[in-house]
Structure formats: structure tokens, C-alpha cells
Write a protein that binds this ligand. Structure first.
Ligand SMILES: Cc1cc2nc3c(=O)[nH]c(=O)nc-3n(C[C@H](O)[C@H](O)[C@H](O)COP(=O)(O)OP(=O)(O)OC[C@H]3O[C@@H](n4cnc5c(N)ncnc54)[C@H](O)[C@@H]3O)c2cc1C
Length: 497
């Protein structure tokens, strides 16, 4: 019997998971993945820069979904035998906020050190403004209302407004409150106070899933390694992955996709397909199709935030370990730091030595930092030359007194388009686009940009597993869109940005 052809756009976590799961479950399909870039893993890839590996951000592997954990461990088992390469390491999460040259817990916690850092007057004002926010609850029209209702105005201005503006390029008053509900659920002053009281009276929190939150899994050589291994397994199962090939047209007639057009090395090639699985951005998908004007307008106004990361290799940091955690050479223990100060453009700093010492060519003598900047692809910072932007990033580290310029050994820059699907502009009308896409019977939208949802790897992969189930068992596509919308899915204390 002739196999049915499935074409997948994108070899990120979602596209790869779809192919792997389907090929394991059925031999009736021919699977081809087209990937625009030259690598596997999408934004969860790892780039090897002269032996130092850099992750796009810093990708913690944790999930509440057993099926996803099992899948990760099927590809790379958890092990502390570091002589092996194909392993997942268990890592401790340490992340703090750097603000006015002082460290604060992330998320903010109420302890003597926090109060000492903030000072008496500021602390007093924070308490008063919090009490006000309890008495005068705001209607939650946007993210600003969401934060103020949970933290009070003062704390919102200190710790949330500027950082959120850095990330999204919009103040929280312009952002839909659903982003807060999805990403910072479970964090509030009430939680902070109750945690502080529990600490004072040494009460154990039964609900706190410490193992999920404080510890995470991480491949020895970064997240991309896991997806490279997954790609190998797909090929062993008979799947084909074609890199440097962009899906540019999706030819849809009478609610069925008959074929797609791929741009590969300046050649446009048509491929017939029985099913099309899209993890490409909704905006690009719609632009590649012949769609009604209204749908086209909504899709074209869907906002994204782009991202630049710099890998900076230094001999040492100026900041030293000021915690009780034992570290090599008294280095700071943080996997990453949030940079709160609005005097710099920098958003977060990753210390890759602390993610996995094997990410760094010489872990003993060098510190390998990842600097994160959020921007738009048409702004000045994006257009700056590589040399100038590296100089800019190094100068910001010097300004924050994190490094001395003379200790910089090497640096690189990586740009990522559409790193974040954003929740403003036409986002409120996305349901109309979803309704339209769901009518196309052989189209399945999966993943992060594929659904325009702020999905982490686990939820992106989960959409793929649910889509395979829907395709094989003729189930409604609604469940694919329902992933990461229920409260249960949300990770307390979790915040990627
Ligand atoms: C800074 C940062 C930090 C993060 N930290 C974490 C974390 O700690 N933990 C976590 O779980 N998640 C994290 N994430 C989220 C994680 O990266 C995503 O959830 C995941 O990569 C999404 O997988 P995906 O396959 O849906 O999309 P992507 O990773 O975006 O992959 C989509 C792929 O499709 C390709 N593509 C796009 N258009 C086309 C086309 N037209 N034709 C062919 N190919 C195309 C792209 O090149 C890409 O390879 C982070 C993200 C960022 C930006």
C-alpha cells in the first residue's frame, strides 16, 4: 500500500517530536521535515562557538507531563556518569535579580537580606502600597493591573514595569493580562508573605513541588544535543529531514492542502502531501496561503519579539559568590541573573559553566557568559554591526561592574527572529485565525510560534503528541489548541523571561 505523505515545517522540538512519535507508532506514513535553518532544535538549539557551547537563552528541561519527561529520558537518560556524552544532568536552579548592584531572590522573597537591600523607607512604602492594592482591587484589563493587584504599585514599579518593558518593548499597561495569568501565576505578595512565615516557623510546604522547581534536567552539551539525537532516531526510523529548506507556499483548495512549495538553495520545488504539520509562525503560514482579507490582516498584525544573545568569554568575573552555596573558585552560583536596572539594555545573564561545565572548553580558567537582549528586527540595536554590538554588550557588563574589559577573551553574537510570540495588537483576535485554520482538514498547527502561544519546550512537544493522536485516531483538533491553557499546566514560580 502506498504510504501517505506527511510534510512538517520546522525541525524544532515540536516538529521533531511529531515525526518521532508518528514514526514509532505507525509505518503507514512517509515523513519529510523541511527546516529553514542549517540545524536541529529550533530556538532550543545549541551553537558551538570555538568549543564553547551557547544555548539560545538557557533551556531548563522540566515538566509536569510524565510523557514528556519519559520522552526526554528515552533520548538521553539521566546519569551522573559524566564519562558518557549522551546524558541528561540534574542541575540546581539558582537565579537571582541583580538590581542597583545588589542581589535579590527570584522570585522576590521576604527575608532579612531583601529588607536590608531595599532599606527601611522603601520597605515601608512597599507594605503601604500593598495594603492599598488589597483594599482597592483593580479590574484586570492589562498586565499592569495584574501585577499591581498582586504586588502593590511600589513593588510593581521597582521589579516588574521596567523588566517587562525591556522584554516586550511595551509597558505592561499595553499587554494583555492573560500573559500574566499564563506565566506568573502563583507568584504574589501573599505567597511571598506565607513563604516567609513558613520559613520562620519551619513549616514544610506540601504543595511545593521542589524537585520540579529547584532542580532541572540539562543535556551535558546543551539542549540542542538532545534534538540532534532525536533527529538521528527519526532518520533511523525512515524519516527524512531536509535542512536549509523553507516552506514558502501552502496551496490550499476547498479546505485541503494538496501541495506545498519549498525554497531550497534558490530553487522553488513543489511537494505533494496528504497532511501538512506546521510549526512555522502563524503569520508566515497565513502569508503563504490564499486566505480571506480579514484573516490575513489579523495574522499580519500578530506581534513577535526578536532576540539577540552574545557569548562573552572572560577570564574571571568581578562579582564573587556571596551565598552559602559552595562553588568552584568562589564563582557566583547562578545559572542566570535577571538584570533589573533600566540604565542598561541587558535583560539576563547566563553563566553557562553553571548549566553544565561541559558547555565550556576550559571550565577551570574561563567563564562563558550569555547576554540576552530583547529587541525588534527593525530597531537600531538589531541593525548594529556585529563588532559595534559586541562592544556595546561588553560595555554594559563593565558598567554593571560584572567584568573588567581586560578580562574579555572572545565574544560572539547570535540573532534570533520571532523568539517570542507576543500577546498584544491583533492577539485578541487570534481565535478567528484558529477557527479558519481548523477548517483545513489536513492541516495541524503545533508548537510555540505554530500556535502563537508562549509555550516552553514541554508544551511545544505536547502539542505534537496530541496532534499525532488526533491524526492517527481521527480526533478533534481542539485538544491540540487546548495544551497549556488549563491551570494545571502552569508552572508555579516559573518564568522563562
Ligand atoms: C530566551 C529563551 C529561553 C527559553 N528557555 C526555555 C526553558 O528554560 N525551558 C523551556 O522548556 N523552554 C524554553 N524556551 C522556549 C523553547 O525554546 C520553545 O518552547 C521551543 O523551542 C519551541 O519549539 P517549536 O518547535 O515549537 O519552535 P521553534 O523552536 O521555534 O522551532 C521552529 C523551527 O521551524 C523552523 N521554521 C520556521 N519557519 C519555517 C518555514 N517556513 N519552513 C521551514 N522551517 C521553518 C525554524 O527555523 C525552527 O527551527 C526558551 C525560549 C527562549 C527564546
Amino acid at each position: 500500500m502506498k504510504k501517505k505523505r506527511i510534510i512538517i515545517a520546522g525541525a524544532g522540538p515540536a516538529g521533531l517530536t511529531f515525526a518521532y512519535d508518528l514514526l514509532k507508532k505507525s509505518k503507514k506514513y512517509e515523513v519529510i521535515i523541511f527546516e529553514e535553518s542549517d540545524s536541529y532544535g529550533g530556538i532550543a538549539k545549541t551553537i558551538n562557538y570555538k568549543g564553547n557551547r551557547i544555548d539560545i537563552g538557557g533551556h531548563r528541561f522540566f515538566t509536569k507531563e510524565k510523557v514528556i519527561n519519559d520522552l526526554w529520558e528515552e533520548i538521553l537518560p539521566i546519569s551522573d556518569d559524566t564519562n558518557k556524552d549522551n546524558i541528561l544532568l540534574k542541575r540546581k536552579r539558582v537565579s537571582r535579580i541583580l538590581f542597583e548592584n545588589k542581589f535579590y531572590d527570584y522570585p522576590i522573597s521576604l527575608k532579612l537580606e531583601t529588607l536590608k537591600n531595599m532599606g527601611f523607607i522603601r520597605t515601608f512604602n512597599v507594605i503601604i502600597s500593598y495594603i492599598k492594592s488589597i483594599i482597592f482591587k483593580r479590574k484586570e484589563n492589562n498586565l499592569e493591573d495584574f501585577y499591581i493587584n498582586r504586588f502593590g504599585k511600589k513593588l510593581y514599579f521597582l521589579f516588574f514595569r521596567d523588566y517587562t518593558t525591556k522584554v516586550w518593548g511595551r509597558t505592561p499597561s499595553c499587554i494583555d493580562s492573560s500573559w500574566g495569568k499564563q506565566r506568573v501565576k502563583g507568584i504574589s505578595i501573599r505567597k511571598v508573605l506565607s513563604n516567609a512565615l513558613k520559613r520562620i516557623f519551619k513549616i514544610k510546604d506540601k504543595n511545593k513541588e521542589t524537585s520540579l522547581i529547584e532542580e532541572f534536567l540539562y543535556p551535558k552539551f546543551g539542549p540542542g544535543y538532545l534534538y540532534e539525537e532525536m533527529a538521528k532516531k527519526i532518520q533511523e526510523l525512515g524519516g527524512e529531514i531536509i535542512l536549509n529548506s523553507k516552506v514558502i507556499k501552502i496551496n490550499n483548495k476547498n479546505n485541503t492542502i494538496k501541495d506545498i512549495t519549498v525554497l531550497s538553495k534558490d530553487n522553488e520545488i513543489n511537494y505533494k502531501c496528504d497532511y501538512f504539520i506546521s510549526s512555522m509562525p502563524i503569520k508566515d503560514l497565513i502569508n503563504g496561503m490564499d486566505t480571506p482579507k480579514k484573516i490575513n490582516r489579523i495574522a499580519n498584525n500578530l506581534p513577535y519579539r526578536d532576540f539577540i544573545t552574545f557569548g562573552i568569554l572572560v577570564k574571571k568575573l568581578n562579582i564573587r559568590n556571596n551565598t552559602k552555596i559552595k562553588t568552584f573558585n568562589n564563582r557566583i552560583p547562578d545559572t542566570w541573573l535577571y538584570v533589573q536596572d533600566n540604565s542598561v539594555k541587558l535583560g539576563r545573564i547566563q553563566v553557562f559553566n553553571n548549566w553544565s561545565p561541559y558547555m565550556v572548553k576550559d571550565n577551570k580558567k574561563t567563564v562563558w557568559l550569555g547576554l540576552e537582549y530583547f529587541c525588534n528586527e527593525d530597531d537600531e540595536f538589531w541593525k548594529l554591526s556585529k563588532k559595534k554590538s559586541i562592544e556595546f554588550a561588553i560595555d554594559e557588563l563593565v558598567k554593571l561592574n560584572i567584568i573588567d574589559k581586560k578580562n574579555v577573551i572572545d565574544a560572539t553574537r547570535i540573532k534570533i527572529k520571532k523568539a517570542y510570540p507576543a500577546y498584544f495588537d491583533s492577539y485578541s483576535e487570534l481565535d478567528k485565525v484558529i477557527k479558519y485554520l481548523n477548517k483545513i482538514d489536513n492541516l495541524y498547527c503545533i508548537g510555540r510560534n505554530g500556535q502563537h502561544r508562549y509555550n516552553n519546550m514541554d508544551h511545544s512537544m505536547m502539542t505534537a503528541l496530541v496532534a499525532v493522536d488526533s491524526l492517527l485516531n481521527n480526533k478533534s483538533k481542539k485538544e491540540i489548541w487546548n495544551v497549556n491553557t488549563e491551570d494545571d499546566y502552569h508552572e508555579e514560580k516559573e518564568n522563562e523571561v
